[in-house]
Design a protein around this ligand. Structure first.
Ligand SMILES: NC(=O)C1=CN([C@@H]2O[C@H](COP(=O)(O)OP(=O)(O)OC[C@H]3O[C@@H](n4cnc5c(N)ncnc54)[C@H](O)[C@@H]3O)[C@@H](O)[C@H]2O)C=CC1
Ligand SMILES: CC(=O)C(=O)O
Ligand SMILES: [Mg+2]
Length: 395
């Protein structure tokens, strides 16, 4: 069987199923889990809504919601075609963090309709993981849902990606003996991931950061019809560099690609500063083939599992939701995101840091546990936790 056949077979009938915690074998069992017994449980929740966390799957369940408009780097392939990715995210939630996740693909691209649907679904869930919703609609959708719901709403492509990039970059810079304040960083693809990654790096001390999209480097002297680009240009490119990727990449210490396949050329890499760092993160095909770039860079990373240094939000979303669910968080705020980034980079002992080991493996069990504890603590300290995980008491 070749690899493609194997992959198709793994997806036959989907990747998930529902299992029962307790078997239903007798009439007596039936009368307890279903009517009439269940009515008592419903009444308890009706009288005290917080009991939903104790008596339903809400406590441990996240919705993975997409409209299929920015699926990996495949673009707007629609809700049915997006489903294998959302099932995959749900499988990873369960595998790595024992979070039960329900994949939901919506047949609408309407911002207001998506907001209304997610709000209506929210009572079932302890958190909402938005996935592969294209920019700029994803910004408004997430902002409104965060404001209007009392459970965490997290757009994975924005924040999960940014958290893992920051974790990986801090370690890669250590390997190269460089400081985030001094380096020139080029981010290619100023969409959901690119904007969030840039904001997080600026927050962590980056200064000379330049964003590039299809039309070239974003520059505050250019009027953009897309307001998110105008806002972005105001925060970045302090030296007002202009031109295409091949122009602004000159002398850059760091390239971060969250855009499209094969847009970074070997000549671009050769024009970067000494000891360059390249994170080519477009999925499934990166901005440059690692086989081409790796011999010429100090640190090479991709979003894929089949190369060293996998910079992928899979390192973040299971742990961040594990922590958020365990403390019954109302939000995933900036403090929790920064705590998650630091927790990921801390998994690697500085003595073990190496060009091909700047980020822990997704299978490293320390990743989820460190994120969980750090995030729950940050949630408690910033007022976003209903429970203090460390002492198990209500806040
Ligand atoms: N490794 C990881 O963990 C993650 C990787 N990604 C990858 O990043 C890419 C973008 O994802 P999103 O930000 O969610 O999508 P998005 O649709 O919100 O943004 C993509 C941006 O890239 C720009 N772009 C497309 N082709 C370009 C080119 N040739 N040159 C410069 N810019 C170009 C688009 O104009 C858009 O602004 C995808 O390939 C996705 O797989 C996204 C999230 C996580
Ligand atoms: C990894 C991921 O979420 C993406 O490529 O969209
Ligand atoms: Mg995604």
């Amino acid at each position: 069987m070749d690899l493609l056949d194997e992959i198709m077979l793994l997806h036959k009938g989907g990747k998930l199923e529902t299992t029962l915690k307790n078997p239903i074998r007798t009439k007596e069992d039936l009368s307890k889990v279903y009517t009439p017994g269940v009515a008592e449980v419903c009444q308890a929740i009706a009288q005290d809504q917080a009991q939903a966390y104790e008596l339903t799957t809400k406590k441990n369940t996240v919705a993975v919601i997409s409209d299929g408009t920015a699926v990996l780097g495949l673009g707007d392939i629609g809700p049915r075609a997006a489903m294998p990715v959302m099932e995959g995210k749900a499988a990873l939630f369960k595998q790595f963090a024992n979070v039960d996740a329900v994949p939901i693909c919506l047949d609408t691209k309407g911002t207001e309709e998506i907001i209304a649907i997610v709000k209506a679904l929210a009572p079932t869930f302890g958190g909402i993981n938005l996935e592969d919703i294209s920019s700029p609609r994803c910004f408004e959708i997430e902002k409104r849902l965060r404001n209007e719901l009392d459970i965490p709403v997290f757009h994975d492509d924005q924040h999960g990606t940014a958290i893992v990039v920051l974790a990986g970059l801090l370690n890669a810079l250590k390997v190269c003996g460089k400081n985030i304040k001094d380096v020139k960083i080029v981010v290619n693809g100023i969409g959901a991931a690119g904007i969030s990654v840039s904001k997080m790096l600026l927050h962590a001390g980056a200064v000379n950061l330049i964003g590039v999209d299809r039309e070239g480097a974003l520059n505050r002297q250019v009027p953009y019809s897309r307001t998110h680009w105008s806002e972005y240009a105001r925060m970045t490119n302090p030296n007002l560099e202009a031109g295409q990727l091949s122009d602004v990449i000159k002398g850059a210490d760091v390239f971060i690609g969250v855009s499209a396949p094969d847009v970074l050329k070997l000549d671009d890499v050769l024009n970067m500063a000494k000891d360059p760092i390249v994170f080519a993160m477009a999925n499934p095909m990166p901005e440059i083939d690692p086989a081409i770039a790796a011999p010429h860079v100090r640190v090479m990373a991709t979003g894929r599992s089949d190369y060293p240094n996998q910079i992928n939000n899979v390192l973040c979303f299971p742990g961040i939701f594990r922590g958020a669910l365990d403390c019954e968080a109302t939000d995933i705020n900036d403090e929790m995101k920064l705590a998650a980034a630091k927790a990921i980079s801390s998994v690697i002992d500085p003595a073990d840091l190496h060009e091909t080991y700047i980020i822990p493996d997704a299978f490293d069990p320390r990743v989820v546990e460190r994120i969980r504890v750090a995030v729950a603590e940050a949630a408690f300290n910033s007022g976003a936790a209903r429970k203090n995980l460390l002492i198990g008491a209500n806040s």
